[in-house]
Design a protein around this ligand. Structure first.
Ligand code: AKB
Length: 314
């Protein structure tokens, strides 16, 4: 049995991960934390208010519940980080350092998500390898890349069992878009149901990797339960399920909603971020080291997204 402390429980990944972890390990063994009240995870099990930049408070909560696993999700996403780079550094790096320190002191296993944002324009654009040139242009990418190195450092220097995944755009019908560059894809599904049209801030022909949230949740659990002797890369593994541009997604939506209209009003900041990221990444290290295998194709994901959003709108 594990006792898991999770930060950022009301965020994009946290909202769904807490539910999945509680179903797997028992509701009293998953302590959800967030900087604010009002999260869905609050009512269904242990919950604490935690500002991750407060190391003592972080330690006290982990100690109080005898946590042996820390899943650190609290962070700003790419577009929000670009709008407020100093705060992004303080939260993304300060929070991560505190989380790693608590994991070291209490000997916890550790997971934190990385992102395709760790790559930059000098990385190969297609089938971007696990190990390659990484010169990200964004504050978010710099935070995530420095974070990967810090996690490797804590593993090598202190023996903390750190593990991570480089997530692509994650698509969910439960959490609304929250400051990411890839969030246009989530917004497109919601707007397709709400009004039958969507104006994209990402340009036609700009491809980025995406994955459906259930596959992201499964892959976190799978990696955390993987045999440590098989893990060579650890921080962090490339994972993805598909590579998309807005036109491809719209064409898929039109299979179910033929009248759906897509127009464009490009946001130069988010388009520039997207241009600096890979078109598609190579997942072979995740496949060979711990058996990564996404289930949802674009077609399956689109059917599921539209079904659930429509069911809530009725
Ligand atoms: C973002 O767009 O910022 C995130 C990510 C790919 O890390 N979804």
């Amino acid at each position: 049995m594990r006792t898991i402390l999770l930060t950022g429980s009301s965020g994009q990944i946290g909202s769904e991960l807490v539910t999945a972890l509680r179903a797997r390990y028992g509701e009293n063994y998953v302590i959800a934390t967030d900087v604010k009240h009002g999260t869905s995870s609050e009512a269904a099990g242990p919950f604490e208010i935690l500002d991750v930049t407060n190391r003592q408070a972080f330690y006290d909560i982990a100690k109080k519940y005898n946590a042996d696993t820390i899943i650190h999700l609290a962070a700003l996403l790419s577009a929000t980080a670009e709008a407020n780079p100093l705060f992004a550094w303080e939260l993304n790096m300060g929070g991560l350092l505190n989380a790693l320190e608590v994991a070291r002191e209490l000997q916890c296993q550790f997971f934190t998500p990385s992102s395709i944002g760790v790559f930059g324009p000098d990385s190969p654009k297609d089938a971007t390898p696990q190990v390659t040139v990484q010169r990200p242009l964004t504050m978010y990418g710099i935070n995530k890349l420095a974070g990967e190195l810090l996690c490797d450092y804590y593993f090598r220097k202190f023996g903390v069992d750190t593990r991570g995944l480089r997530f692509p755009g994650l698509i969910s019908h439960l959490t609304p878009p929250g400051g990411g560059t890839t969030d246009y894809a989530v917004a497109m599904y919601f707007e397709a149901i709400r009004c039958g049209e969507y104006c994209s801030y990402i340009n036609k022909g700009t491809f980025m990797d995406m994955m459906y949230m259930p596959d992201a949740i499964t892959s976190i659990i799978q990696l955390m339960e993987a045999d440590p002797t098989k893990l060579i890369n650890r921080n962090s593994y490339n994972v993805t399920a598909m590579s998309l541009d807005p036109e491809m997604l719209a064409a898929e939506i039109r299979k179910m909603l033929p009248a759906f209209k897509l127009s464009y009003q490009i946001d130069p900041i988010r388009e520039q971020i997207a241009q600096s990221w890979p078109n598609s990444i190579d997942t072979s290290a995740a496949v060979s080291e711990w058996g990564f295998k996404p289930h949802y194709t674009l077609e399956m994901m689109s059917q599921d997204m539209l079904f659930h959003i429509a069911a809530r709108t009725i």
